[in-house]
Design a protein around this ligand. Structure first.
Ligand code: HMG
Ligand code: MG
Length: 299
């Protein structure tokens, strides 16, 4: 399989990256992070989530964040909206790109969104309707596409079924999330093979967490299958509050380094991105999880 010549990176640092931070990150720091990512050339940023502040306190300032950034028209800002309440708040704050998220595991669905998989789809119907009326595109996510922190291994056919339902209800793209980062090229390939029976590969994205250090290998295997959209997080920030033990997303710098080495265009300035990784990591009081950021700053 020929590798893609261009890859779209969806930067999830401000949302997936920060949602799990124990200390509340001030809104001004989130805005500075988004500013720096934009300056580094990132064109799509998952900026925040319109979810319950009781469930995810870190995202309580979603309306404020979105109100400020929605003014930029050179970047696509995306936000998670699990239900109509979330969609309406996102829309009111100026958000014009939203995402709904489902899980391929019943237990994870309950832990993450307090409802069954079937109920989560019931919640998406009014979101899809309202978005269609407003002319807004909706991205879909599937969590636990390889494994679940509560149920273990998840069958590719079960994953494909959830992805197909999101696509059939109108999601323009479905991002396949290895929430706990247990996937390897073998299991990721099996998952995409099952899913690609229903959804064209150019409508699929990879969302890899890096708990086992396999995310870069999984991205390469996905590209070999024709996938060319990947979610990542600057400095490898993140994790999910409802997936104990999961590490952050694959670091954006690591993906950019891989792509640069392969001659694949992504439009991101690696040096600027590494500076951002160092800045946000210093703010949070730790070294970047990214191998590339550490290697590029080793003296
Ligand atoms: P619920 O308790 O079932 O909802 O929560 P409810 O409708 O019964 O409402 C209960 C309360 O929540 C009410 O407030 C509502 O107003 C409020 P109260 O009367 O108690 O004061 N509420 C909301 N507030 C703000 N925004 C909303 C909203 N909806 C209801 N949209 C809900 C259901 C989904 C809201 C809740 O379970 C929740 O917020 N969960 C958090 C989910 C989340 O953010 N998870 C992390 C992101 S997903 C992820 O990380 C995976 C991903 O990265 C891919 C991967 O890696 O796999 C995407
Ligand atoms: Mg995630």
């Amino acid at each position: 399989m020929v590798l893609p010549t261009h890859v779209n990176l969806i930067e999830a640092g401000p949302r997936d990256g920060l949602q799990n931070e124990k200390q509340v990150v001030p809104t001004a720091v989130k805005l500075e992070l988004i500013h720096q990512l934009r300056a580094a050339g990132i064109k799509t940023i998952e900026a925040t989530a319109f979810v319950s502040p009781k469930w995810v306190p870190q995202m309580a300032d979603s309306s404020t964040v979105m109100n400020v950034i929605a003014k930029h028209d050179d970047v696509t800002y995306m936000a998670l909206t699990p239900n109509l309440k979330g969609f309406e708040a996102a829309f009111a704050a100026g958000c014009r790109n939203v995402a709904v998220f489902a899980a391929a595991s019943e237990t994870f669905s309950q832990k993450n969104t307090n409802c069954s998989i079937a109920e989560s789809f019931e919640r998406f119907i009014p979101v899809m309707d309202a978005a269609a009326k407003a002319g807004i595109r909706v991205r879909g996510y599937v969590s636990c596409v390889v494994g679940c922190p509560y149920e273990g291994e998840i069958r590719p056919t079960a994953v494909a079924d959830i992805a197909r339902r999101l696509f059939d209800m109108g999601c323009y793209e479905v991002s396949m999330g290895d929430t706990i980062g247990v996937g390897t090229p073998g299991s990721v390939r099996a998952m995409f093979e099952a899913t690609a029976k229903y959804i064209p590969v150019n409508k699929l994205a990879g969302h890899f967490h890096d708990s086992y250090g396999m995310a870069i290998a999984n991205i390469y295997a996905s590209m070999e299958m024709g996938i060319s959209v990947f979610d990542s997080s600057v400095a490898g920030l993140g994790g999910c509050p409802f997936a104990p033990g999961a590490s952050g997303n694959v670091a954006t710098e690591d993906v950019v380094y891989l792509l640069r080495g392969l001659g694949i265009e992504c439009g991101v300035d690696l040096d600027a991105l590494v500076d951002t990784a160092l800045w946000i990591s210093a703010y949070l009081g730790r070294a970047p999880a990214s191998r590339v950021a550490r290697a590029m700053t080793r003296h």
